[in-house]
Design a protein around this ligand. Structure first.
Ligand SMILES: Cc1cc2nc3c(=O)[nH]c(=O)nc-3n(C[C@H](O)[C@H](O)[C@H](O)COP(=O)(O)OP(=O)(O)OC[C@H]3O[C@@H](n4cnc5c(N)ncnc54)[C@H](O)[C@@H]3O)c2cc1C
Length: 422
């Protein structure tokens, strides 16, 4: 080893050791992202490995749930069901919450660089969710992307963005309201259709002379297509397999393969990818032809990042986990289950043992129609095939008298994530 390399390595080691010592005898886990995945990770880590110091970091000062948000958008849920206090959750479970922007990860010194300073870690859990990829529409034109985010927000990346979307809906007086659906894979696949049905109901019940035009690049969502035709013929035009070719957000014009639509207002959802932090930290996977896959690559069972044994990846940020079905569905409950799995893995490493191999599951309620309340319950379960490959089974159950099953589900989830039902 050359003298300079040796010195650099030794100095690096000293820094890491002193930071690790500063974080307590058991070591420190930093969890980035206090959404569904990060909250579950922090909670379960404190229970499974109480000797570890756990720090949860999120840029938002409070937690905003995406589940229930479509309901809330049209006045069918109360704000306090969605919005929760991070500090109370941290106090209940005994971890530290830091409201800060994470600017980067220094993998060599094992530090998280934030707007509130640097945090050394022994293990790092990244659960930063998704970002929207406007380059698919605008190339390198950042002005159009910024304008779209500000004026036509999808509210898909962050729950708090629903405030802007709700204000937009409340100000809508009529005309053509365009909603684009992202190509798969994207967060919570039924959510845009649920939102479309609820907005149509809202237009109908308020007698607003507006029409929601839904541009869907994916295959037709048949059950929703039927509901849109049966109940909201005058409120929705649903156009499946309609890929967006270009958008001019300033002129309010959108072009697909078949149509040019001038809109009064819009909810624009471009393709989705793993959040910025996964890109900036060099954790994005590769496709078979060597291009970036768009999502963060991890071992499907341990959730350990493909390129860093000290980093675990949790939630919607994750790339494919199985050749049989590709990615896990990007749902809140699944993200929380992955958080518990990452906690199990880290607790075992901290104890010098090997973790049990666990798989997640997901339950999701989708409102088909709000009056009378009809819902679909989507259950997704996983098991290992004989050769270790993960298999998926999806069951959908239509419930014509659903009551508030989605609220009951959400209360249980919030109890797990936050220690209270809100
Ligand atoms: C409209 C809608 C309805 C949905 N309905 C349901 C449903 O009914 N049931 C269900 O199970 N799922 C539902 N989902 C999906 C669910 O919300 C997501 O799957 C879930 O939030 C994923 O959790 P996550 O932890 O991966 O990401 P998130 O919950 O998005 O959390 C990521 C967190 O990381 C933070 N973050 C990111 N980058 C940084 C940074 N650099 N610095 C600091 N903080 C950062 C963000 O602020 C955010 O709080 C819905 C989604 C939407 C959009």
């Amino acid at each position: 080893m050359k003298r300079r390399t040796f010195l650099a390595t030794t100095l690096g080691l000293c820094t890491t050791l002193s930071l690790a010592r500063a974080s307590g005898a058991g070591g420190r886990v930093v969890v980035v992202g206090g959404g569904w995945g990060g909250l579950a990770t922090a909670r379960h880590l404190r229970e499974m490995a109480p000797q570890l110091d756990v720090v949860l970091i999120d840029r938002q000062p409070e937690f905003w749930s995406q589940p229930l948000s479509n309901r809330w958008l049209v006045g069918l849920a109360r704000s306090e069901w969605l919005k929760h206090d991070y500090r109370q959750a941290a106090q209940r479970f005994g971890y530290r919450f830091v409201a800060a922007e994470v600017k980067g990860i220094d993998r060599s010194s094992r530090e998280v660089v934030t707007s509130a300073g640097r945090f050394a870690y022994d293990w790092l859990v990244l659960a930063p969710g998704i970002r929207e990829d406007f380059s698919a529409w605008y190339g390198v034109d950042r002005d159009s992307a910024a304008y779209t985010r500000q004026h036509f927000p999808s509210a898909f990346p962050a729950g708090r963005d629903h405030l802007a979307l709700k204000a937009k809906l409340e100000a809508f007086r009529g005309g053509e309201l365009v909603m684009t659906i992202p190509p798969m894979p994207y967060r919570c696949p039924p959510a845009p259709y649920e939102r479309a049905g609820l907005i149509a109901w809202w237009l109908k019940t308020r007698n607003i002379k507006g029409r929601l035009i839904v541009l869907d690049p994916n295959l037709p969502a048949l059950s929703f297509d039927r509901i849109f035709r049966d109940s909201y013929r005058d409120q929705i035009t649903y156009l499946p397999q309609a890929a967006v070719k270009s958008v001019d957000p300033f002129k309010r014009r959108i072009v697909t393969d078949f149509d040019t639509i001038d809109f009064a207002d819009a909810i624009l959802m471009p393709p989705q990818q793993a959040a910025d932090l996964a890109w900036d930290s060099g954790l994005i996977g590769k496709t078979a032809d060597g291009k970036p896959s768009g999502w963060a690559a991890a071992d499907p069972v341990t959730l350990q990042a493909a390129s860093d044994e000290r980093i675990f990846l949790v939630g919607d940020v994750l790339d494919k986990v199985s050749p049989l079905f590709g990615q896990y569905p990007k749902t809140g409950q699944l993200a929380a289950r992955l958080g518990r799995i990452a906690a199990t893995q880290i607790a075992a490493r901290a104890a010098g043992t090997t973790a049990e191999q666990l798989l997640p599951d997901s339950t999701c309620y989708v409102i088909n129609r709000p009056e009378p309340k009809e819902m679909t319950r989507i259950e997704t379960v996983y098991r290992f095939r004989g050769d270790g490959v993960i298999q998926q089974t999806v069951r959908q159950q239509y419930d014509p008298q659903a009551g508030d099953a989605d609220l009951d589900w959400a209360r249980l989830q919030f109890k797990e994530l936050l220690g209270s039902t809100g």
